[in-house]
Design a protein around this ligand. Sequence first.
Ligand code: NAD
Length: 359
Amino acid sequence: MKILVTGGAGFIGSALIRHLIRETEHEVVNIDALTYAANPDALEKAADDHRYAFEHVNIRNGEALRRVLVKHQPDGIIHLAAESHVDRSIDGPDDFIQTNIVGTFNLLDAARAYYESLDSARRARFRFHHVSTDEVYGSLGDEGLFTEETPYAPNSPYSASKASSDHLVRAWQHTYNLPTVLSNCSNNYGPWQFPEKLIPLMILNALRGRPLPVYGDGQNVRDWLYVEDHARALHQVFEQGRIGERYNIGGRNEATNLDLVHTLCATLDELAPNPDLGAREQLITFVEDRKGHDRRYAIDATKMADELGWQPRETLETGLQRTVQWYLDNPGWAESIRDAGYDGQRLGLAGNAHAANTR
Ligand code: NAD
């Protein structure tokens, strides 16, 4: 089988491609615009495999998408390409509208034309898997979990753009019979994550003895999933998910941001003690809260377990140990991101629109 993956040079897309090349015999075509968030090195050995191909294409370009589909003749699509950082969506929502909504429309439109050109045997196995987030459901109170029936209530420009794209996918299935599946996942963490996101930002700042900026009172709760568990789940949803269905993916690993940062400090003090710094939790600094900051996300992944037999393999404790160790073992990667211009600057204070994001 040949799978076209969009956003495969990103944090989750690269984990998915590494998984597909390592664990299956599938061929993979990666479409990526190589924005600031892309990490071609994260593909590791997978990029050298004869079953891997790369197309430097922007999903905002519908014509290029049609050309790539005709050229590579994939048996399915897993769509991850997106602008993914909430803080950047507060500073500059336009990129999120253009890529996440218009780009997804372009891909659906091209996929529909391509799907209709296939013979019946190839149509029968074709799937369009759209990868989305639990943030489309909005914010929870102290109790309860997001299920697949939770109504959409997105609060940030990022989550609103992802919710819009989810609705387009649903409509293309309902109206045009495009065989789609959709997954909504909780916060991911692990190797190769761009250091604007909470966990790598904290690890890299803590290693350098820099302040650890915790938004607001630090009591916002996120449900963390190790990225390789997500990659396995995506593969299963793509191959075994029922057409027209959505699947919530999450690790049942809830933590407040403040507790998470304390755990990271303790892990770093153990794995990389620095007597000059002392206990790294002294670096914790409370800073202005994110605008419209959702209070709590938590996923009920029962459907993934019951229908597809999927379970996360990492707990938050084991996943964080692996993650911290990876950042300790790969200091050159963080340096290359600093050299390219991102050094942990605060984002999302609206008005600090970032510079052009492609390279
Ligand atoms: P990322 O920002 O690390 O990577 C995004 C990738 O998409 C990059 O390689 C980038 O170059 C590419 N891309 C961006 N705009 C593009 C465009 N216009 N055309 C082609 N390629 C483009 O993102 P991620 O964290 O790997 O997230 C991947 C997907 O998973 C996104 O759709 C995101 O909404 C979703 N998701 C992420 C999380 C999370 O915690 N990171 C959780 C749930 C769902």
